[in-house]
Design a protein around this ligand. Structure first.
Ligand code: COA
Length: 455
C-alpha cells in the first residue's frame, strides 16, 4: 500500500548503494554511557550571597540543593568530549568505529561550527558525521531518536549521542526566579546496531511553538522588538516559571503513556522513568499521574539542578553506573522545555551491569585520542601550506583584482551606502539601480506636470 502511486523504474546504478544496505530493520541498543560535571559546586547558601533567596525556599519549591558551575577553561565542548570518552570506555569501542556524533545543546560555543564537529575532532572519530540538535531540554530524546532511526534503517551502525550545557554562562544572575534552577554538565550514550531485539522500542516527539515566548534565550538574529521591554536580554535565559510548570505537568504523564502505548506497554511494566530534571515537584507529579511509586522515577536534581539537554543522559549514566538497570528492564525517558517541545521514549535495557571498562581496546582508544591530538595541528598546518600553492596564490590574486574592479565600478556609479547590512544590494540589483539612476533625469523631462488634484 505504501508504494501506491510510485512508478517502478529499472534500478539505476546510483540507487544500488541503498539496496545493498540491510533490508530488515535493526535494533538500536544503548551500549555505553558516561557523564561529566564541573568540580565547582554552587550551593543554595552560596546563592544567598548573589540574590535575595534562601536555602529553604529553593529546596521546598524545586528540590535543588546545589548545582555545578563550569570553570572558565571548561566549555560545553570539553564537558561533552569527556562524557563521550567515558561512554566509549563503557561500550569498549574505538572512536574510529563511530558513524555519527549528535550533540543536543542550548549553549553551544558557536552557532557554527557545531559543538558536535569539535567533539568529533577531539575524539578522533574520523569516520563520523556530526551535528548539533536544538530542542532545548527535550534535545537529548530528540537526538537519541534521530540516531536510532539511522541505525534501524542500517544506514549507520554506531552513534554517540550527547546532551551538554554550560547554562551558567547564559543565566541572568540578577533574576532569582531562574538563576537558582540551572547548572552545567554533560551526559552521553553510545548507540549500536544489532539484530537482537530490544534497545529503543518507541518514541514520541511533540512541539507547540505557540508557547515559544515562555522560555527563551535570544541570540544573534533575535527580533529587536523582543529585546526592548527590559525583561529580555541577548544571551540571557528568560522564563515564565508558572507557565512552564503548568505545561510540564500537563504533558509529562500523557507523553510517557503515548510512548508506552506505541510499544504496547503500561506504566507498571517500567523499571525506571528518567525524566528531565526540572523540578522535584514535576518529577513527583509524573509518578502520581503514572500511578507508580516515586522511587521508580529517578531524581538527582538535588545535586545538579536543571542541566537542560544534559539532564536525562546525566541521570541515565548515574543510574546505570549504580547498577539500577539490568538486562530486560524497561526504562522511559521524558524531556520537556523550550519550544515548547517535549519527547518521550521507551527503551529495553540490554547492557550488562558492570561491563568491563578496561580491555585491550582501551589502549587502542587512548592511541586514537593521541592521534586526534596530533592530527589537529598537523592538518591545520597542511591547510596553511596548501594556501601557499601556486594555484592558490593565483586564485587569491584573481579574487583581489575582481574585488578592486567591483569597488572601482561602484565608485563610478556613486551608489548610496545602505544604512543596514540586511539592505545591502545584491550585485545585479546595484547594476540595475545604477542604470535606473542614469535614466531617471531624462524620464522626468517627459512626464506631464502634476495637476492640482494630483491626478
Ligand atoms: N527565592 C525566594 N523567593 C523567590 C524566589 C527565590 N529564588 N523566586 C521567586 N520568589 C518569590 C517570588 O518573587 C514570589 O514572591 P511574591 O509572592 O511576593 O511575588 C514568590 O516567591 C512565588 O513566586 P513564583 O514564581 O510564583 O514561585 P513558584 O512557586 O511558581 O516557583 C519556580 C517558581 C521557578 C520554581 C516554578 O515556577 C518552576 O519550577 N517552574 C518550572 C520551571 C521549569 O521547569 N523550567 C525548566 C523547564 S525546562
Amino acid at each position: 500500500m505504501a508504494d501506491q502511486g510510485i512508478p517502478t523504474r529499472p534500478l539505476h546504478r546510483s540507487r544500488l548503494a541503498f539496496t545493498s544496505r540491510p533490508r530488515t530493520l535493526r535494533y538500536a541498543h544503548i551500549v555505553g554511557w558516561g557523564f561529566e560535571v564541573p568540580s565547582q559546586v554552587l550551593s543554595n547558601s552560596d546563592l544567598e550571597a548573589i540574590v535575595d533567596t534562601d536555602d529553604e525556599w529553593i529546596t521546598t519549591r524545586t528540590g535543588i540543593k546545589e548545582r555545578r558551575i563550569a570553570e572558565p577553561r571548561e566549555t560545553t565542548t570539553s564537558l561533552a568530549t569527556r562524557a563521550a570518552q567515558k561512554a566509549l570506555d563503557v561500550a569498549d569501542l574505538l572512536p574510529s568505529a563511530i558513524d555519527l556524533v549528535i550533540v543536543a545543546t542550548a549553549t553551544p560555543e558557536y552557532i557554527f561550527p557545531s559543538t558536535a564537529s569539535m567533539v568529533q575532532d577531539y575524539l578522533g572519530a574520523t569516520n563520523a558525521g556530526a551535528f548539533d540538535l536544538s530542542a532545548a531540554c527535550s534535545g537529548f530524546v530528540y537526538a537519541l531518536d534521530m540516531a536510532a532511526s539511522k541505525i534501524r534503517t542500517g544506514e549507520i551502525n554506531c552513534a554517540v549521542v550527547i546532551g551538554a550545557e554550560t547554562l551558567s554562562r547564559v543565566v541572568d544572575w540578577a533574576d532569582r526566579g531562574t538563576c537558582i534552577l540551572f547548572g552545567d554538565g554533560a551526559g552521553a550514550v553510545v548507540l549500536q546496531g544489532s539484530d537482537v531485539p530490544g534497545g529503543i522500542l518507541s518514541s514520541v516527539l511533540r512541539s507547540d511553538g505557540s508557547g515559544w515566548d515562555m522560555l527563551t534565550l535570544p541570540t544573534v538574529s533575535s527580533r529587536d522588538t523582543y529585546l526592548q521591554d527590559g525583561l529580555h536580554e541577548m544571551h540571557r535565559i528568560y522564563m515564565d516559571g508558572k507557565g512552564v510548570y503548568r505545561f510540564a505537568t500537563r504533558i509529562i504523564g500523557d507523553s510517557i503513556k503515548a510512548a508506552l502505548d506505541q510499544a504496547h506497554l503500561t506504566p507498571d511494566d517500567l523499571a525506571l522513568v528518567i525524566p528531565h530534571q526540572a523540578n522535584q515537584r514535576i518529577i513527583e507529579y509524573a509518578a502520581k499521574t503514572l500511578k507508580i511509586p516515586v522511587e521508580r522515577v529517578y531524581s538527582n536534581i538535588e545535586r545538579y539542578g536543571n542541566t537542560s539537554a544534559a539532564s536525562i543522559p546525566l541521570a541515565l549514566a548515574e543510574a546505570a553506573g549504580r547498577e539500577l538497570l539490568k538486562p530486560g528492564d524497561l526504562v522511559a525517558f521524558v524531556g520537556f522545555g523550550g519550544g515548547l517541545s517535549w519527547a518521550s521514549m521507551v527503551v529495553e535495557w540490554s547492557a550488562l551491569p558492570g561491563r568491563p571498562a578496561r580491555s585491550l581496546t582501551w589502549g587502542r582508544r587512548q592511541g586514537e585520542y593521541a592521534l586526534a591530538w596530533l592530527r589537529r595541528p598537523l592538518v591545520r598546518l597542511w591547510r596553511r601550506i596548501m594556501l601557499l600553492s601556486p594555484q592558490a596564490i593565483a586564485r587569491r590574486a584573481r579574487e583581489r583584482a575582481e574585488a578592486a574592479r567591483d569597488r572601482a565600478q561602484a565608485a563610478r556609479e556613486n551608489l548610496p551606502t545602505p544604512a543596514l547590512p540586511r539592505e545591502w544590494p545584491r550585485r545585479d540589483d546595484a547594476a540595475r539601480r545604477g542604470e535606473a539612476a542614469r535614466r531617471e533625469p531624462a524620464a522626468r523631462q517627459d512626464e506631464p506636470p502634476p495637476t492640482d488634484n494630483g491626478a
